[in-house]
Design a protein around this ligand. Sequence first.
Ligand code: C2E
Ligand code: MG
Ligand code: MG
Ligand code: MG
Length: 283
Amino acid sequence: YAKAAGQHQVCFFNHAMTRNLVRRKEIEAELRGAIQRDELSIYFQPIVDLKTGRIRAFEALVRWFHPERGEIPPQDFIPVAEDTGLIITLGNWITRMAARTAVNWPEDVTLAVNLSPVQIHAPGAALGILAALRDAGLPARRLELEVTENLFVADNAATAQFMDMLAVEGVRFALDDFGTGYSSLHYINKYPFRTIKVDRSFVSGPNTGRKSDAIIRAVAEMGATLEMEIVAEGLETAEQVETVRRAGCTLGQGYHFSRAVPAHLALRLLQDEREGANLRLVG
Ligand code: C2E
Ligand code: MG
Ligand code: MG
Ligand code: MG
């Protein structure tokens, strides 16, 4: 009886795995044409100065609106793009399109673009990014590349070379999802990061409280000493904004200010700001 149940479970598991594999294959096949079919767009989420309430940057976040499946989240297709190497083409396209949008913003507003670790290791990757900037006419100093901490594992000469080559041109780097991966302090020590983005798990959810507040404060203090910007991710309430501001974070990002919006609405946010309407700095 137990054996039968076990077998049943194994079958079910295999079925789920097969389905997952099939879905990945489908995503791979469809992703190849998605750019040409105009199914991908870039949305922009403001990153706000916690002292003044002004927009200092926008993070570009890719969106895939599939005609039949609806919206496919980046977590579902970015890994597939990474496994298949498609991320190189996709990543260059994202940088180019986002940069074309960012040239319409005021000079002092930064464009943040997420970078997959696979992109770092592709031959000519740094040149691809510089070409995208040149094509759009966006100065390199207005670009900040975000690298997710828990994926930033290839601690080698190629990574150093990639980052140095772009840093010399003025491109900045942010360590994304800080506090969720390994060897974070080693990376900060070794590589030219200018920004730390404290993961949203320190800001909201079950693991927040006195301890997480103290950690944010310590990170912010370190950031101040190293003259880095500290961004608090995932700010959803006025209380959270106040907590991270008091802890010393310089910048904040989250639904409390705005979700990621299409390019024309990002521009509207900047125009509203010029007319004196700040994003919600306090509740
Ligand atoms: P990320 O770089 O850490 O981006 C922040 C994610 O948190 C975004 O999810 C954003 O919509 C979400 N977020 C922002 N504020 C809040 C908030 O207040 N509450 C909550 N619950 N979530 C918030 P999204 O757009 O689904 O992206 C997920 C991840 O997919 C990104 O995490 C990034 O790692 C990856 N990704 C997105 N776009 C790109 C891209 O263009 N290239 C690459 N390589 N990866 C991307
Ligand atoms: Mg990011
Ligand atoms: Mg992040
Ligand atoms: Mg994240």
